[in-house]
Design a protein around this ligand. Structure first.
Ligand code: HEM
Length: 480
């Protein structure tokens, strides 16, 4: 229980940047996140430094950037939008948080491994890998709240979240093992087509498997390293992006004047003469959408997907706030609190106000990371920030431009965060109905006349929309 909680930007700057060397994630953090093995999020010192160097080189590789642009568009066009289209046409109410979680899960998995787990479809199927990731995330969250002896006991007895985590780990390891085998086969087959490959965008796993970082850094890219790396990126990118998307839509829907401004900005991007039809936006088109970017930052300020972080001092130290810390102590940063403090953001700190991110010249205002701490600060700043913004912009532009989202059932999400479990939050936060703006819908039920051996029958039509991976929708008329 020896813990210091801080929401002071001076302390953040000191620990995360100025005296970075004296503050580590530490062995306790590694135990809590043991499922990530020696992956980047878990590592400290040289192991962390070398891994980070490689990860940044590959994430900023031109071929990964191509793949990111292509995948962000593809998952919106062939995953999110067909789902929303179906729900809008059917007038169905659904849980948007679950949909964004599946969207981010599929997108992140494709970006990292090149393979699509296919969790976002009209049926919202149960996918073992998705469930395993959810269970693992939940168990890790619970570990932060309990003394180690308690969750270790649960582990030993095989009960509670620890039991779920054990099973989840088996499924995750099996799935990643399959991906590694599939990728090796794929690369072997592609080797004959090297020229074509040069032109293509590629996933991170392909880049890791082809990289010479192994010899330069001394890190061996064996199956254990690749497994830890895949899982680290999936953990780092999935829940964060989906949480960011969900809170963003929740905030925008509750602020129609802001929604209108985003729509106007998006409309201005569309070339004159394109008309009023359904329109999706490519990453390059929304890259410089200032107001949209500002609104996303504002939403991430108020609802940081990672609401707290922790560090452990290596040597006793005195923080700029005057507090003494020592190696047996945990320093906990309260990101959620920092996003709402008047001393940091001014009197209107609790308001959703994208304008605060726009300078007088109309550009995005830079806020130092020890103040806008949602992506961490200093040498351990999130390396997926650009990946996240690219995905989020393409996704929310598609939703806001083409649909009207309505919250039809709303419990207080702040209240339910203190409830008994994450499922409660997930279910209660967002139940929404989608109405397709002015779409000319085919009738779902109706009458038709057909000839059967010269006799005429009038029959009832029941048109079902069948999900199809390749064609967006196949309309099947079923005669009963
Ligand atoms: C809105 C989206 C995101 C937010 C708010 C976010 C936030 C953060 C934060 C706060 C950390 C520091 C965590 C810690 O040190 O304990 C972090 C680290 C990290 N993030 Fe993100 N992240 C986002 C998206 C992503 C994505 C899409 C990826 C992967 C493509 C990613 C990969 C990572 C990795 C690998 C680290 C560890 C970096 C290191 O320790 O050197 N993140 N992120």
């Amino acid at each position: 229980m020896d813990m210091l909680g801080t929401a002071d930007p001076r302390n953040v700057h000191y620990i995360m940047s100025a005296n970075f060397q004296n503050f580590q994630k530490g062995p306790e953090f590694k135990k809590i996140f043991d499922i990530l093995g020696d992956g980047l999020i878990n590592a400290d010192f040289d192991l962390w430094k070398n891994q980070r160097k490689i990860a940044i080189t590959l994430l900023t590789h031109q071929r990964f950037h191509k793949f990111l642009v292509k995948t962000s568009w593809d998952r919106v066009n062939n995953g999110l939008v067909p789902f929303l289209e179906f729900m809008a046409n059917e007038g169905k109410i659904f849980d948007l948080q679950d949909v964004f979680l599946r969207f981010a899960f599929d997108t992140t998995c494709i970006l990292v491994t090149g393979f699509d787990p296919g969790s976002l479809s009209v049926e919202l199927n149960n996918i073992a890998f998705l469930k395993a990731m959810n269970d693992a995330g939940e168990a890790v969250a619970v570990r932060h709240l309990l003394p180690q002896s308690v969750w270790k006991l649960q582990q030993w007895l095989g009960i509670g979240p620890e039991n779920k985590l054990r099973k989840a780990r088996e499924i995750i390891d099996l799935q990643i093992g399959k991906y590694l085998l599939m990728k090796r086969d794929e690369l072997r087959a592609k080797r004959e087509n090297l020229k074509e490959q040069e032109e293509e965008g590629v996933d991170l796993l392909t880049l890791y498997m082809n990289d010479e970082g192994e010899t330069k850094t001394g890190i061996k890219f064996d199956d254990k390293f690749l497994r830890d790396t895949i899982l680290t990126f999936m953990f780092g990118g999935r829940d964060t992006t989906s949480s960011g998307l969900t809170w963003f839509i929740w905030l925008v829907v509750r602020h129609p004047e802001i929604e209108k401004k985003i729509r106007e900005e998006l409309k201005a991007i569309i070339p004159v003469g394109e008309g009023e039809k359904m329109r999706l936006f490519k990453a390059d088109e929304v890259k410089n959408a200032i107001y949209l970017h500002a609104a996303l930052c504002e939403s991430l300020r108020l609802y940081p997907p990672i609401p707290f972080e922790r560090k452990t001092p290596r040597e006793p130290d005195i923080l700029p706030s005057g507090h003494r810390v020592h190696p047996k102590m945990r320093v906990v940063f309260l990101l959620y609190t920092m996003g709402r403090m008047e001393s940091i953001w001014g009197k209107d700190a609790s308001e959703f106000k994208p304008e605060r991110w726009i300078s007088e010249r109309g550009t995005v205002k830079h806020e130092p990371s020890y103040k806008f701490f949602s992506f961490n600060a200093g040498p351990r700043t999130c390396i997926g920030k650009e990946v996240a913004f690219t995905q989020m912009k393409v996704a929310v532009a598609a939703v806001i431009h083409n649909y009207h989202v309505e919250i039809v059932k709303e419990d207080d999400p702040h209240k339910s965060q203190h409830g008994s479990g994450s499922e409660e939050v997930r279910v209660s936060c967002l139940s929404i109905a989608l109405l397709n703006d002015g779409a000319n819908l085919e009738k779902e039920k109706g009458n038709d006349t057909i000839d059967i051996e010269d006799s005429q029958f009038t029959i009832e039509l029941d048109i079902r929309y069948i999900w199809d991976q390749n064609a967006r929708f196949a309309n099947r008329k079923q005669y009963d």
